[in-house]
Design a protein. Structure first.
Length: 436
């Protein structure tokens, strides 16, 4: 069984456990986990969500891959200090919630472009951080309550939605994936090899080791990498499967004409949308300078590439806050359909100031997912000058990426800052120290 499968097996076996609470005890009550984790015995009667994650890792035989702590804030520091932190979910990742990640935590068992599926200790449907029960939860990925994710360094690698980790050793990118949740079955299924795939990549995507995959496919054992497009490979269904989610069938909606300006409605865009309006939107964004956001497409299924391209277009108009959330509204649609406003990459309006190395902080809106402006380039160049160039495979450039965030975070940590002060997003003090 793969390491991620073992973590999720242990976690899912605890679903339904409820802590006890005698009259007069603290709201967290007392539970079985603290006394079983060496060093955390003191945490009984305390909020126990982080202790539960530590217990799961220990019972799975993988204690070294997760922080052993009863503190969510300490868990954030632990992941960030090892450069295993992401703002995107992954199968088996530890998700941290609340300001600075210090409120609550759990383990990710699945995700798609709109939601994350988790198993969490000390939760309930009405109390996120002190609910006294182990439960399966489904949350919105972009909820402000979700702070980020620690990515364990599993031997077989980890399946993640982080596009900046695509192609890096130890990481397999999937926009949507689901992991095993304690099912003890042993059925198998076949997958068809696509161009460019290797057995190692198929094993990582299935959440199993290469050795396990080879044991299921003795016919290719002597030549494990000599596979060809169209070959069929056997993989386990459960346990250990990490499945890329199938695309839903497109909703039969007639695409709008290139000259029509009627907004089709907010329901045609966003997570789960799959229709011709999304394709048209992407095509218009490409025409306005957004091609770099699309590695494939545009197409009918709404994806993170669409959101980032929309947000970049909105920011180019000088809009901020809710007006630049990456979801098109009537004004965004009108500007795109009728060729109004600035193209992506054009100089921004005064809402996002262009800064020189001697000018003031341009504002937090200049540095966030989807942002594209000269301030990001300047920030990256200053980070390279300060010795943080190892985080950039390409660039620095005007589009804010995970590489920028990680470089900023490393700089912040070297200032002695921790928690939300070292989240990788520059504020006035970070900017001042980098540009002075």
């Amino acid at each position: 069984m793969s390491q991620v499968s073992e973590v999720l097996r242990v976690a899912s076996a605890e679903v339904g456990y409820q802590a006890e609470r005698a009259p007069g005890e603290r709201p967290s009550g007392h539970q079985k986990y603290s006394n079983q984790v060496p060093g955390l015995e003191w945490s009984n009667y305390q909020p126990w969500c982080a202790t539960w994650v530590s217990w799961v890792a220990m019972k799975a035989g993988l204690a070294s891959l997760y922080p052993r702590t009863a503190s969510c804030s300490n868990a954030v520091d632990w992941w960030q200090s090892r450069d295993r932190w992401s703002t995107y979910p992954a199968i088996g990742a530890q998700v941290l919630y609340g300001p600075g990640g210090g409120t609550h935590t759990g383990i990710v068992v699945g995700y798609d472009e709109g939601t994350i599926d988790t198993i969490e200790g000390n939760t309930s449907l009405v109390n996120d951080a002190n609910g006294n029960k182990v439960m399966k939860r489904t949350r919105r990925r972009r909820d402000s309550y979700v702070y980020g994710y620690g990515l364990p360094q599993f031997a077989e690698g980890i399946v993640t939605a982080d596009p900046d980790l695509r192609g890096r050793p130890g990481f397999t990118y999937h926009a949507a994936a689901s992991g095993p949740a304690g099912n003890s079955g042993s059925s198998t299924r076949t997958v068809t090899v696509r161009a460019g795939q290797t057995l190692a990549a198929i094993a990582a995507a299935a959440g199993i080791s290469l050795a396990t995959l080879l044991s299921l496919n003795p016919g290719v054992k002597d030549h494990p990498d000599r596979i060809h497009p169209g070959d069929t490979i056997t993989v386990p269904t459960t346990p250990g499967e990490v499945q890329q989610q199938p695309d839903p069938e497109p909703t039969p909606i007639t695409p709008p004409s290139s000259t029509g300006s009627d907004f089709p409605g907010a329901g045609q865009f966003g997570p789960g949308a799959n229709n011709g309006y999304v394709t048209k939107l992407g095509q218009l964004l490409v025409q306005r300078g957004g091609a770099r956001f699309y590695s494939e497409g545009p197409g009918p299924r709404w994806g993170e590439a669409d959101r980032r391209a929309v947000q970049a277009f909105q920011l180019a108009q000088g809009w901020g806050g809710a007006a630049a959330d990456g979801i098109p509204g009537p004004q965004t649609w009108d500007y795109l359909i009728n060729g109004k406003g600035r193209n992506i990459g054009s100089p921004a309006s005064p809402a996002v100031k262009t800064a020189s190395s001697s000018s003031g902080f341009p504002g937090r809106q200049a540095f966030r997912p989807g942002a594209s402006n000269p301030n990001v380039t300047l920030l990256g160049k200053q980070l390279v000058r300060r010795g943080y160039g190892q985080y950039y495979r390409v660039g620095p450039g005007p589009r804010w990426t995970e590489a920028d965030r990680r470089a900023v975070q490393a700089f912040q940590r070297n200032q002695g800052w921790r928690g939300s002060s070292a989240d990788g997003y520059p504020g006035p003090q970070t900017w001042s120290r980098l540009t002075r």
